[in-house]
Design a protein. Structure first.
Length: 286
């Protein structure tokens, strides 16, 4: 009887250990992830606006400061990153020519076309390296291949953790605990937590120079050669084209300082048709 209880207890412990082992795999990530909340559709800020209405701005004081960009990076940096908002974030995974893996967020980032999709990343020069290049830029220039992993709220803290000024060769995928998955057409992996992943090839670079002639940033221009999208965040248009469903995606945008922002509301403003190009006709129509 006693030994039956002992065997039962042992079997129970083994089952618990097995369950814990299973939970330590992909399922354990889900414990921290919540299904994103619905993004609310609202009316646009001035729904009664008509062509020709003068809206002005809401402030009494109309005085303006003028800032010369060449006053220096320290002046422009906080201004640019706090005014050009919200910015999407390209979470770039790359390999050095020796094969060392790297992962970092870049918010000087956007898509510039769709046929085919081209993206740009601004790699700012760093004084911390003899080459003055951040690892991402050096890797892209060395190997030409990278992945962009768009960031959703469920892994934003882990993604942010990769931005530390870590030594070259530090693997931020491993450091953050994010999950690498093999890509199909390029060597750098994709990040499994990301709902939208692009496999990319570096097509061109453009060096931005300051007044002294120093390269202060390099614009890295890449072509997206394969897209992966988690089916769970997709929807279909009336023409059956795949799009991303806002209610599932929980996109993250970058603001000034250390701030990020969440998308909670959106509104539609239909594109004006040709009939609106003549203001007088448009006023009559309205
Ligand atoms: C959200 C976010 C966006 C960033 N955007 C940029 C950027 O556009 N350009 C840049 O040079 N650094 C940017 N950084 C800083 C880099 O991520 C940081 O310097 C990182 O250490 C670079 O890593 P790497 O040397 O591995 O490429 C950003 C940091 C964060 C947190």
């Amino acid at each position: 009887m006693v030994s039956d209880i002992a065997v039962g207890a042992l079997a129970g412990a083994a089952a618990t250990a097995l369950l814990q082992r299973l939970l330590a795999g992909p399922l354990s990530r889900q414990r921290h992830s919540r299904i994103p909340q619905k993004v609310k559709r609202v009316t646009s800020p001035n729904p009664d606006w008509k062509p020709g209405d003068n809206v002005g701005h809401p402030f009494e004081n109309n005085a303006r400061l003028q800032i010369e960009p060449h006053e220096g990076a320290s002046t422009m940096y906080p201004f640019i990153i706090s005014s050009v908002i919200p910015r999407p974030i390209g979470f770039v995974c790359s390999l050095s020519k020796e094969g060392a893996r790297n992962l970092s967020p870049y918010s000087y980032f956007n898509v510039m076309s769709h046929d085919p999709p081209y993206i740009c990343i601004g790699g700012c020069a760093t004084s911390g390296r003899p080459s003055k290049m951040k690892d991402t830029q050096q890797n892209l220039m060395e190997t030409k291949e990278f992945t962009i992993n768009l960031i959703s709220e469920w892994f934003v803290e882990a993604a942010h953790h990769t931005c530390g000024n870590y030594d070259r060769g530090v693997d931020e995928v491993e450091l953050s605990g994010l999950t690498p998955v093999p890509s199909v057409k390029v060597k750098p992996p994709r990040i499994d937590e990301s709902a939208v992943q692009f496999e990319c090839i570096l097509r061109d670079t453009y060096d931005v120079k300051n007044e002294k002639g120093d390269v202060t940033c390099t614009i890295l221009i890449g072509e997206v050669i394969l897209v992966h999208v988690l089916e769970a965040v997709t929807a279909r248009t009336a023409h059956n084209h795949v799009i991303v469903d806002l209610d599932k995606y929980a996109p993250v945008s970058r603001m000034g300082g250390d701030s990020y922002a969440r998308l909670t509301e959106y509104y539609d403003i239909p594109r004006p048709g040709k009939e609106w190009q003549d203001r007088s006709a448009a006023v009559v129509k309205a």
